[in-house]
Write a protein that binds this ligand. Structure first.
Ligand SMILES: *Cc1c(COP(=O)(O)O)cnc(C)c1O
Length: 360
């Protein structure tokens, strides 16, 4: 067996300790005589897996009692539509466009109502986060929407927008659980787990109670109503049992590793190894502006497409894989999620130095 350093943006690297535990439990989950893959979602052992996962998440994030946590399927993209369906009362929502996923969410909201762009960084290919301290938020806007960490462009909101009292809805897919946050500042937080937490096919939603309604403005499929899953405690139908099981293990791994405060320190350390090097070389250029940089997705390029392609190819031979940038940005992207060990980042920087020397 040989494991590589996997810099994929998602699905992405998982903690090796977790994978080994799962391997051990694969044929016989804690004396049940079966794998979690084969187990009824209404069985006692699975009920415990689900309840533990929700409780551990609440502990990790310090989720206040007036928030509900649900696990749903359909990917983060499904929520682009579910959000306006569940939240619009006045058919108005204000969107901040900082990349591809925010734009997709905005376009989906346009299907349902008057979605308005109140800030955007499209003018510079989404390389920065706009100043959102005094935006023109409408008095009757139902919510303000952001994509908090922009997976493709490598930017992150370091200050949340001033929403003028409107509920903030945040797509945290690629920064979920990377550092402590104050949940009470949000109306809705949601994240597809395949970036920083677990296997694809599961979305976690954290919703403030007063935003969970039955009287929706639009004819909404039962499955897309958040209230359905809140009332059924995420078991309205068969959930993604496997992903919930692995996410639960990752939550326990995070707790055992010192929680989100410790994770933040580790992530900051990893990101600065990479950014410090990028700041003192002229061979590579960072795609994101300095004060908007993401700690999770680091985008850079040489400025020469052929050289970028060569970098990606040679990196692969050195055990550094899935580092090609998204086509909208080009160059390279190193996704250094929670489970990426520091040694992976050190190996990457060493490779970058070697490549610079050989190709300058
Ligand atoms: C990957 C990603 C999505 C899309 O997730 P799916 O689960 O594939 O729908 C949405 N938002 C962000 C920030 C992402 O990184």
């Amino acid at each position: 067996m040989s494991r590589v350093f996997n810099f994929s943006a998602g699905p992405a690297v998982l903690p090796e300790e977790v994978l080994l535990e799962v391997q051990k439990e694969l044929l016989d989950y804690q004396g049940s005589g079966m794998s979690v893959m084969e187990m009824s979602h209404r069985s006692k052992p699975f009920e415990k897996i689900l309840n533990d996962a929700i409780q551990d998440l609440k502990d990790l994030m310090n989720i206040p009692d007036n928030y509900k946590v649900i696990f749903v399927q359909g990917g983060a993209s499904q929520q682009f539509g579910a959000i306006p369906m569940n939240l619009m009362k006045n058919k108005k929502a204000d969107y901040i466009l900082t990349g591809e996923f925010a734009t997709k969410a905005y376009k989906e909201a346009l299907i349902f109502g008057d979605a308005k762009v109140v800030a955007s960084s499209q003018d510079k290919n989404f390389s920065y986060i706009p100043d959102c301290s005094s935006l023109d938020i409408r008095d009757d806007a139902d919510y303000v929407y952001i994509c908090e960490n922009n997976t493709i462009y490598g930017t992150k909101f370091h200050t949340l927008p001033n929403t003028k009292g409107k509920p903030l809805v945040a797509d945290q897919s690629s920064c979920f659980l990377s550092e402590p946050i104050d949940v009470s500042k949000y109306g809705v937080i949601y994240a597809g787990v395949q970036k920083n937490v677990g296997p694809a096919g599961l979305v976690i939603l954290i919703i403030r109670e007063d935003l969970i309604r039955d009287d929706l403005l639009f004819p909404t499929p039962t499955m897309l109503k958040w209230k359905t899953q809140v009332d059924a405690a995420s078991l309205y139908n068969t959930p993604n049992c496997w992903s919930i099981y692995i996410c639960g293990k990752v939550f326990k791994w995070l707790k055992a590793s010192g929680g989100l405060e410790a994770m933040k320190k580790k992530n900051e350390e990893k990101a600065s190894i990479l950014y410090d090097y990028l700041d003192q070389t002229t061979f590579y250029k960072c795609a994101a502006e300095k004060d908007s940089r993401s700690m999770m997705n680091v985008t850079f390029r040489t400025g020469n497409e052929e050289l970028d392609a060569k970098f990606v190819e040679e990196a692969k031979k050195a055990g550094i894989v899935s580092i090609k940038g998204h086509r909208k940005v080009g160059g390279m992207r190193a996704s250094i999620y929670n489970a990426m060990p520091k040694e992976g980042v050190v190996a990457l920087v060493n490779f970058m130095k070697k490549f610079e020397k050989e190709n300058k």
